[in-house]
Design a binder for this molecule. Structure first.
Ligand code: UDX
Ligand code: UDX
Length: 482
């Protein structure tokens, strides 16, 4: 079966870039990306490519090449489903907030709704591809919904195949990951449908990198990959705390263990704790699955990865307060970076959210800079409005027990700061002149580097104290132990 018309439901961080790359690599396929969010689609269609809803290196260039030719963005969900012979479901699957499995299981209502729309509007034979990361056996739910449509005599012989094709791209490197994937995973039952999807990828991915599995292995492999990656980060962050207590340096420990080919060097950077839309959600999904099958020790094992991450974030906010003489009330703290990692405007589960909330609870005055995240997004994440100039009086600050925050678009923000807190590894922060910054900050100020992007020698003769995550050596001025 040759695919000519693709429809992708969900124009998010996964659906958008993935479909852009498919359109770019397969000029003979028409790719329609649909989304219920009108604002998001408007941004995807904006003439000014700087206004695309997602920032990803090289994405704008691809959109410029393909948009209006074989790549289209619209809210026409029903119409585009009708004409598609392959439909990707790429809607969000957040952790359930209430009901059965709340706090752990994924909320599948949008996947279910998408499947119902496919069942209602599709024509002829349609291959439905799960692109969203989903709990194991979700395909069964989708198949169930589609089956009733197949049996409906009024629908004139429609039929479906369901495949699982999880996306392994990481934000910030999405285009690179899509163009040169380590592997493409296709899980399914019908080999013809699997071949049809494989044929699309084989336009640019070597055949040996396209793996076929059964559908449940494919769903579980995606959860497992994310759980293993997140586990490495919690492991190295736990070692960072030991380094700080013992005089070791986590960068040296990472280098030493990473050269062991069985361990490998990737995902061994200690940081402020992992963020992003996937790691926490997918591990909790695995925890839920294990609990459901009565595998409580397995559930506890994976849950501890998330618990360690929460503890690590708290540890950072607590040590900031302790280093600043036990209080940050009324003290100006500059926060560099709010995105959950560099090269993305995404803040979902960013460590910056919890750390800033903790510091605000302690009464700090925070000045936040991020080159790609908007003030409005930070306001949503912190659930607090920024302080305006008119409220910025001494009296206000004195009685504002909760602390306050402001956003800055430029880096002219270090005057009278008590501390700088580095939370996202943006390249521009590597170029900061610390001699100049230290002259602007108060005496005995601190720089907290949770991303290891400052070279300690650059602060050697500078009048500020430096704390680096996982650095227990003397250069780290680590006189207090936590
Ligand atoms: C999401 C999930 O978080 C992830 O687990 C999964 O692997 C892929 O989908 P992401 O693309 O980052 O990842 O989510 P998001 O940026 O929130 O995009 C989802 C889009 O789906 C949104 O634009 C939303 O408006 C849209 N959507 C949601 C629909 O078009 N229809 C719906 O019924 C629900
Ligand atoms: C992750 C997976 O990598 C990807 O395969 C999957 O499809 C989606 O989830 P993403 O969340 O976009 O991708 O980014 P990733 O690079 O994995 O980083 C996740 C978090 O871990 C970030 O907060 C990052 O800063 C942190 N991290 C990563 C570390 O703290 N240390 C590391 O060594 C690597």
């Amino acid at each position: 079966m040759k695919v000519k018309n693709i429809c992708c439901i969900g124009a998010g961080y996964v659906g958008g870039p993935t479909m852009a790359v498919i359109a770019d690599k397969c000029p003979s396929i028409r790719v329609e990306v649909v989304d219920i969010d009108k604002e998001r689609i408007k941004k995807w269609n904006d003439k000014d490519l700087r206004n695309l809803p997602i920032f990803e290196p090289d994405l704008a260039e691809i959109v410029e090449r393909c948009r209006g030719i074989n790549l289209f963005f619209s809210n026409l969900v029903k119409e585009k489903i009708k004409h598609a012979d392959m439909i990707f479901i790429s809607v969000n699957t957040p952790t359930k907030k209430k009901g059965l499995g709340a706090g752990k299981a994924s909320d599948l209502r949008w996947v279910e709704e998408s499947a119902r729309q496919v069942a209602k509007f599709s024509n002829g034979h349609t291959i439905v591809v799960e692109k969203s990361t989903l709990p194991v056996r979700t395909a069964e739910v989708i198949q169930g919904i589609l089956k009733s449509a197949e049996l409906d005599k009024d629908r004139n012989g429609i039929s479906f195949d369901v495949l699982s094709n999880p996306e392994f791209l990481a934000e910030g490197t999405a285009i690179k990951d899509l163009e040169k994937p380590d592997r493409v995973l296709i899980g399914g039952e019908n080999i013809e449908a699997m071949d049809a999807l494989s044929e699309i990828y084989s336009k640019w991915v070597p055949k040996e990198k396209i793996l076929f599995t059964n559908i449940w292995s494919s769903e579980l492999a995606k959860l497992t990959a994310n759980a293993f990656l997140a586990q490495r980060i919690s492991s190295i962050n736990s070692i960072a705390a030991i380094c700080e207590a013992t005089g070791a340096d986590v960068r040296e420990v990472s280098r030493a263990i990473g050269t062991d080919s069985r361990i490998g060097s990737k995902f061994l950077d200690s940081g402020p704790g992992f963020g992003g839309s996937c790691f926490k959600k997918d591990i909790l999904n695995l925890v839920y699955l294990a609990e459901y099958f009565g595998l409580n020790d397995v559930a506890n094992f994976w849950e501890s990865v998330v618990n360690l991450n929460n503890w690590h974030q708290k540890r950072i906010s607590e040590l900031i307060v302790k280093k600043l003489f036990g209080t940050v009330t009324g003290k100006k703290i500059v926060v560099l970076g709010f995105a959950f990692k560099g090269n993305t405007n995404d803040t979902r589960e960013s460590a910056a959210i919890q750390i800033c909330k903790d510091l605000l609870d302690e009464g700090a005055e925070i000045l936040i800079h991020d080159p790609k995240v908007s003030e409005l997004q930070i306001e949503k994440d912190l659930k607090m409005k920024p302080i305006r100039e008119s409220e910025d009086s001494y009296e206000n600050k004195l009685f504002n027990k909760k602390g306050s925050w402001k956003f800055s678009k430029n880096l002219n923000i270090f005057d009278n700061a008590h501390a700088v807190l580095m939370l996202t590894e943006w390249d521009e922060y590597k170029k900061i002149d610390w001699v100049d910054v230290s002259n602007k900050m108060v005496d005995q100020a601190w720089v907290f580097d949770s991303r290891s992007i400052i070279e300690p020698r650059k602060l050697k003769n500078v009048n500020v104290n430096l704390w680096r995550v996982g650095d227990g050596t003397k250069s780290n001025n680590n006189s207090l132990k936590f």
